[in-house]
Design a protein around this ligand. Structure first.
Ligand SMILES: Cc1cc2nc3c(=O)[nH]c(=O)nc-3n(C[C@H](O)[C@H](O)[C@H](O)COP(=O)(O)OP(=O)(O)OC[C@H]3O[C@@H](n4cnc5c(N)ncnc54)[C@H](O)[C@@H]3O)c2cc1C
Length: 557
């Protein structure tokens, strides 16, 4: 595709001649799930995302799809019920991307962290699971391990004071958070919805006090257009206050946001995820979670007040002092001594909603529950619905709630029954294991087993489309330079099918190659050369894309 075609394609993606039932602003996980839910229920809908889908906070989650165990501590059984249902639903919708994750936390003493307390919690959990009926995902049972069993699984917990055993439970892990968001978008498009990345909403349009559309700028071309609709839903994460200002909506309605961070390390700690109170300081006990992920370990989560970015509009960053806090925690809590620089594969950062909380250290406490509300202006409703999610896990549920508000606002619902949920784009695989087994045999000679397993895990049933590209052109079956478990057909596929416009889109979010660590120079050059050929980039555009990749990895100031 040539640059002129890109301009053309971007302009065409925004259908300004059409009025939608629902305009969704913001393509993080909440906006992506909302688009899908709207399309499923038969609404005409469009999603406008200023960057790439799920490229901001939603890309930087710890990737845990919670089963709500932590809510047992506060006896919030409703949230446990909701979380388990969401975990199961995501595993059903995208079994290739959302996989079981066994987790354990050490038990000690006679109080809240004791084996007895954990045993009671598991009884309550089992009762909730049983009440959810046979449709619930088949996961192992939660168990209490004795000390010997605990140490067999995680030997380095031997230094846990008063260790009596461990509580073992099953969450799930979204192995590629960006691709799950994309799967919602592609599925919605298959059901007639429109979606546009690199489409920044600059202004909410108001007539007689009601929001009736948006003014949108095509970030790729600079073109500006208006899109109108019967309802507008803003799921723009930390940009909500700025967007409210464009329609004089009450800014006080928006929460404040704090930074949250994870460290991805090449150090492998265990085969199960381990939750452990930080041992860095005697006083405040931050709970840290270390989860195995793609041959590495994801550790988090730390929270820091205030905004901080290396580049205007760039991702939130950590200061060196804040990074030191994380590293000190890791050294004190997990084995292997201090992490050296080469062991830090990535630093993930995002912004989470918080509330003013007098008496709390930094004066702010993370919001516990999502908020869905109509934005008011000079004391009157504007029809604009704002969505502030607090968890990646619950995006589908939040989307349904938001849609109910939209229906109230519209006063009608599309005719016909909602389409069944079925599976998301690429999710019609049965189980991942059976898919990998069958496809490894089928494609023997075209790609090695490791490559097939990786592609199946990311693209699900769309693996066949990638392999068809390789079958048509033998060069496409060659390995991507510097990447042992990929073939060139993968990049060709994402460029032709997945709205990947920039080097970061393809390298980091679609293939995930740059999402697990910084790729080698030869890999970046291969991607840049291929995309230059595909889009007809000139030298300046090519270099700008490479510079953007460099900036992607700069999270420390
Ligand atoms: C370090 C960390 C760890 C976490 N761990 C977990 C976890 O393990 N499990 C879990 O369930 N949750 C976790 N979370 C929480 C979860 O990631 C977030 O709640 C969720 O991703 C928020 O999604 P969102 O769609 O609301 O926001 P975002 O992902 O921020 O999406 C908002 C989108 O709106 C777009 N946008 C903004 N302004 C405009 C505009 N003007 N026009 C168009 N688009 C616009 C942005 O580009 C962005 O893509 C974690 C979060 C962090 C930061």
């Amino acid at each position: 595709m040539r640059p002129a075609d890109v301009v053309h394609a971007a302009a065409e993606r925004i259908d300004t001649g059409r009025s939608y039932d629902v305009i969704v602003v913001g393509g993080g996980i909440n906006g992506c799930a909302l688009l899908w839910e709207a399309a499923r229920q038969g609404f005409s809908a469009i999603l406008l995302e200023r960057g790439d889908y799920c490229a901001e906070t939603s890309a930087n989650t710890l990737k845990v799809i919670h089963s709500g165990i932590r809510y047992l501590q506060t006896l919030d059984l409703k949230r446990v019920w909701e979380s388990v249902a969401e975990r199961d639903a995501l595993m059903r919708l995208a079994p290739h991307l959302v996989r079981p994750l066994s987790c354990l936390t050490p038990t000690s003493g006679m109080m809240l962290r004791s084996r007895w307390a954990a045993g009671l919690a598991w009884l309550a959990f089992d009762a909730i699971r049983a009440a959810q009926g046979p449709g619930a995902a088949a996961m192992g049972r939660n168990r209490i391990l004795n000390k010997a069993e605990c140490l067999r699984r995680v030997p380095w917990l031997a230094n846990e004071p008063g260790l009596s055993g461990a509580a073992l439970w099953h969450d799930a892990q979204v192995v590629n958070a960006e691709r799950l968001g994309l799967a919602f978008v592609l599925s919605a498009q298959e059901r007639g919805a429109d979606a546009c990345n690199y489409a920044e909403v600059e202004k909410l349009l108001v007539r007689e006090g009601r929001v009736y559309g948006v003014r949108v700028r095509d970030v790729l071309t600079g073109g500006v257009a208006s899109v109108t609709g019967r309802s507008v839903v803003v799921a723009a994460g930390a940009s909500l206050p700025g967007l409210l200002a464009t329609c004089h909506g009450d800014p006080a309605a928006a929460p404040r946001f704090v930074r949250a961070a994870n460290i991805v390390t090449t150090r492998r700690l265990s085969d199960v995820a381990v939750g452990r109170a930080s041992r860095a300081e005697a006083g405040e006990q931050r709970l840290l979670f270390a989860a195995p992920w793609d041959g590495r370990t994801l550790i988090g989560t730390w929270y820091f007040p205030g905004d901080c970015s290396a580049h205007p509009g760039g991702p939130p960053c950590l200061t060196r002092a804040e990074l030191s806090v994380c590293l000190r925690d890791i050294e004190a809590t997990f084995p292997g001594g201090p992490l050296c620089e080469e062991e830090i594969a990535l630093v993930h950062t995002g912004l989470l909603p918080a509330e003013h909380a007098p008496g709390v250290a930094a004066g702010e406490r993370l919001s516990e529950k999502e908020r869905i509300f109509e934005v008011r202006r000079a004391g009157r409703g504007t029809g604009l619905i704002a969505v502030v999610g607090v968890k990646y896990t619950t995006a589908r549920r939040v989307a349904r709630k938001a849609l109910r508000r939209v229906v109230e606002h519209l006063g009608d619902q599309p005719g016909g029954r909602p389409m069944p949920e079925a599976t998301l784009h690429g999710g019609d695989v049965g189980t991942l294991d059976t898919l990998v087994q069958a496809k490894t045999q089928e494609y023997e000679g075209t790609a090695d087993a490791r490559t097939v397993a990786r592609l199946a895990g990311l693209y699900g049933s769309k693996l066949d489309a990638i392999m068809r590209i390789a079958a048509r052109d033998a060069r496409m079956a060659e390995t991507i330079p510097g990447v042992a478990d990929s073939i060139k057909a993968e990049l060709r596929y994402v460029l032709e099918n997945e709205s990947a416009w920039t080097l970061c889109d393809a390298l980091v979010r679609r293939t995930g190659i740059g999402g697990r660590a910084r790729p080698t120079a030869e890999t970046i050059a291969y991607f840049a050369d291929t995309m230059t050929g595909h889009f007809g980039w000139n030298d300046a555009v090519r270099q700008a894309n490479i510079d953007a990749v460099d900036r992607y990895y700069e999270r420390i100031v």
